[in-house]
Design a protein around this ligand. Sequence first.
Ligand code: SAH
Length: 213
Amino acid sequence: MKESTKHQGLRRHLIETLKAKGIQSEAVLSVMLDVPRHFFMDPSLVGYAYEDNAYPISADQTISQPYTVAFQSELLDVSSANKVLEIGTGSGYQTAVLLGLSPQVYTIERQQVLFKQTQRLFLQLGYRPKKHIFGDGYKGLPDAAPFDRIIVTAGAPEVPKPLLNQLAIGGKLVIPIGEKEQIMTRFIRTSKSSFDKEEFGLFRFVPLLENKN
Ligand code: SAH
């Protein structure tokens, strides 16, 4: 499997779809125009890489829908100086998009098989997260905190307190909150002890699992 002009054309089409669905961030759209999603798909589903859908990957998880990746990335509002923490590496696709926005990306995955796959894939494709960790992202990454941006790519019944604690003042946390369906939620830390909370639309994610390996 390689990158070809066919893939570039399919990506241009995908970007038009994302714009039509309301994504406006030029930074996000331009990175997504470049990231080859076909490398992050399960091999049996590669032909669907540039459809705007979520698809199964190993360990009963999913590669997020491109619209969802774009939506979360737009809300996260990453600049190149930001230190970014991602919970739920999954296929690594969202990680690759984040790396197009800032070189300082830390990412955590709790499924070993996915962790190993993405380790290999990042190396192959030349993506270099600052840290790529196998573990429970529910606890965040206290050693590297605070973070300017935190993104959770699995649905949580409520926001994990450690993640709020590890947010820099002025920092943003984007997380889908809910059980069966999730409300996309953004927290902005306004002081040591206060947060603004905004809610944006319904999504469906695989669950954020706590304390299980
Ligand atoms: N951004 C990814 C989304 C994958 S689905 C992509 O587009 O491919 C969400 C991922 O979160 C899954 O891989 C799941 O294993 C992982 N996950 C769930 N609970 C977690 C936890 N507590 N810590 C780290 N990762 C977790």
